[in-house]
Design a protein around this ligand. Structure first.
Ligand code: G1P
Length: 317
């Protein structure tokens, strides 16, 4: 690494940002009744809350600060990142060092703070709340939606590289089936002039949750954003959009209209949507299958469970 890159890293992290914003103010209605008392972001993917996975991704990409946007009553999300000295000393006394390492992981990832979104006015409004805690020198932030697991990790570093090359704002896109576009923010894209990488595209427009017939492409926003600080000015100018909410997508649309460069990195790996029980279960199974302690038995049971001759009366496990 060059001395210049080192200096830049101190200022803004190796991917060009030091603050990662995680909007976690939603009601989690799709997970009721569980989310009556447990924030959706704390539901475990095997044994680790989804928001810890996302925080680890932010830390790996070079962020040193996580700003969680919560809503009144969702303090538990931030508490997960606070050291629990009583629990830690109990585990140490009992010699449970493996568990101790697990509970120490979240508080050790990066500095965590929170801002409160008092009213559920939309993702754009949630992200706008983070401006108040940024340092004057920060010219970009990352936003990671905790519903989205983008795997393998590393797309934010790639987005940082694209921002270094093209400036402006860089988002992550996934290519989704046409009949799913209306669940997403969808990009109107064009090749980059003279661009060598087919997975980096220029964004000419963006529309939130379009009808299938109106979607400009099948490239959808996948919950990872590297936003130039100019986004906060755009967020002050947006009006309620899709679903009557203040949409981040519309602020990005304004940036494009202002002539600000916006690009996407098309992610060709896998992605899980933790925002609904079906997607969450898939993620849990996927992660469990990779774990030495659960994977083999789960694989064996799933194989039996999915066999045409499955008979629940013949098994108890
Ligand atoms: C949000 C964004 C949308 C994006 C999606 C990705 O929608 O508004 O643009 O494509 O996340 O998961 P939500 O799923 O919160 O309705």
């Amino acid at each position: 690494m060059t001395a210049g890159a080192g200096a830049d890293e101190t200022q803004s992290g190796r991917s060009g940002f030091r603050t990662a914003v995680v909007p976690a103010a939603g009601l989690g209605t799709r997970f009721l009744p569980a989310t009556k008392t447990v924030p959706k972001e704390l539901l475990p993917v095997v044994d680790t809350p989804g928001i810890e996975l996302v925080a680890a991704e932010a830390a790996e990409s070079g962020a040193d600060r996580l700003v969680i946007v919560t809503s009144p009553g969702k303090d538990g999300v931030v508490a997960h990142f606070v050291e629990d000295l009583v629990l830690e000393s109990t585990l140490a006394e009992r010699g449970k060092f493996h568990l101790l390492e697990k509970v120490r992981k979240a508080p050790g990832l990066l500095n965590v703070s929170s801002v409160v979104q008092e009213e559920p006015l939309g993702l754009g409004h949630a992200v706008a709340q983070a401006e108040a805690v940024l340092d004057p020198g920060e010219d970009a932030i990352a936003v990671l939606l905790p519903d989205d697991l983008v795997l393998p990790c590393g797309v934010l570093e790639e987005m940082g590289r694209v921002r270094r090359e093209h400036g402006g704002t860089v988002l992550c896109a996934i290519d989704v089936p046409k009949d799913e576009v209306s669940a997403y923010g969808v990009f109107d894209v064009a090749p980059v002039d003279g661009g060598a990488d087919p997975n980096v595209l220029r964004v000419n427009g963006m529309v939130e949750k379009p009808a299938m017939a109106d979607a400009p492409s099948t490239y959808a926003a996948a919950g990872r954003y590297l936003l130039d600080r100019a986004v906060f000015d755009a967020l002050r100018r947006i009006e309620p959009g899709a679903g009557g909410e203040l949409q981040l997508t519309d602020a990005i649309g304004l940036l494009i209209a202002d002539g600000h460069p916006v690009h996407v990195v098309v992610h060709r790996g896998s992605r899980h949507d933790l925002g609904n029980p079906g997607g969450y279960l898939r993620a849990a199974v996927d992660f469990a299958l990779e774990r030495d302690e659960y994977g083999p038995a789960l694989r064996e049971w799933l194989t039996r469970r999915l066999a045409p001759d499955w008979n629940p009366q013949l098994t108890t496990s």
